[in-house]
Ligand binder design. Structure first.
Ligand code: GLV
Length: 331
């Protein structure tokens, strides 16, 4: 029998950088998942039973039901910026600190949003499939002719950090006119920095040549873009979604693409992902990627490190830098 005190136990819910697990091992007893797939809810609950903290991604659902089964839990730290998988009020009520990972992925995600918009406007994957299928026989004036990005009107729905980073790319790099819609209007100086003009959602839909969606998912943004909104867009317009599945009604979008109500779409996120609406898999005018907007190795490492920093601070009496409910620590 030794009277050595046991370190608090934490779970890393997904296979992750070994260096991040090592960092946590300096403070905690670490249970690190090495499975490629997420835990099923019952297994997550079982693994969390005697844990004081957990490092999660954007996929683990943390709700009141789960929290009720792990009374020792004090911190849920996510390496994602979007936190619609975490019921923050339920965490606060249970005295559990919740954190996300804003800031560190802004530029990488904006790069990807811009790349997806460009690939969509210039039909990059559609033409690659044609080439790979051995169908390229000659030059033709309208072969995969798309729409211009430079000088066009960039419409941004959701003007947070990532939206503003996309606006900078468009305005400063590609001479685009920027219009945006957001819950609240930006300070004038921030608008002026990228020449962005605030618009109503209806104006945004009407004016955008390229609409990029970066708005967080919540009950109020569910199906914010559906058939009625798609019908207001220009038939030559593109739509790019790097926000969350569910902001766009994927069935309505698949139909709008099939009917050429809009020219094309670029999608990194899907309702019910990793399932993809079958209608989106059969239309040619869509670029599809598997939720990888933040996926550069340095950025994924920075996201995991920020989650670990929050977890260490929350469980060792420090101040988690990106807490969503700092009041939970005082309960
Ligand atoms: C990715 O989607 C994130 O929210 O970080």
């Amino acid at each position: 029998m030794t009277n050595e005190r046991r370190l608090p136990r934490v779970l890393i819910a997904r296979r992750l950088f070994p260096e991040v697990a090592d960092r946590l091992r300096a403070h905690f007893e670490v249970d690190a998942s090495d499975a490629p797939d997420p835990f099923a809810p019952a297994e997550l609950a079982a693994r969390l039973k005697d844990c004081a903290g957990v490092l999660v991604t954007g996929t683990e659902r943390i709700d009141a039901e789960l929290l009720a089964t792990c009374p020792q839990l004090r911190a849920v730290c996510s390496m994602a910026v979007g936190y619609n998988n975490i019921d923050v009020p339920a965490c606060t009520a249970a005295g559990v600190l919740a954190s996300n990972a804003p800031g560190v992925l802004t530029e990488t995600t904006a790069d990807f949003g811009f790349a997806l918009m460009m690939a969509t406007a210039r039909r990059v994957t559609e033409s690659e499939h044609f080439l790979r299928a051995g169908l390229w026989k000659t030059w033709s004036y309208d072969m995969f002719a798309g729409t211009d990005v430079h000088g066009a009107t960039l419409g941004i729905l959701g003007m947070g950090r990532i939206g503003q980073a996309i606006a900078r790319r468009g305005a400063l790099g590609f001479g685009m006119k920027v219009v945006y819609h957001n819950r609240s209007r930006l300070p004038e100086a921030d608008e002026a920095a990228v020449g962005a003009r605030y618009a109503s959602l209806a104006e945004l839909l009407r004016e955008a040549d390229h609409l990029v969606i970066v708005v967080p998912y919540s009950a109020s943004s569910h199906h914010l873009i559906g058939a009625a909104e798609l019908a207001q867009m220009k038939p030559t317009a593109t739509l790019t979604n790097i926000a969350r599945g569910g902001v766009v009604d994927d069935a309505a979008l698949a139909e709008a693409l099939r009917a050429r109500r809009i020219a094309a779409a670029g999608l990194d996120v899907f309702e019910g992902e990793p399932q993809v609406h079958p209608g989106l898999l059969t239309v040619p005018n869509v670029v599809l990627t598997p939720h990888i907007a933040s996926a550069s190795l340095p950025t994924r490492r920075a996201m995991a490190d920020l989650a670990a920093t929050n977890l260490i601070a929350a469980l060792t009496g420090g101040t988690p830098p990106t807490a969503l409910n700092p009041e939970a620590l005082r309960l």
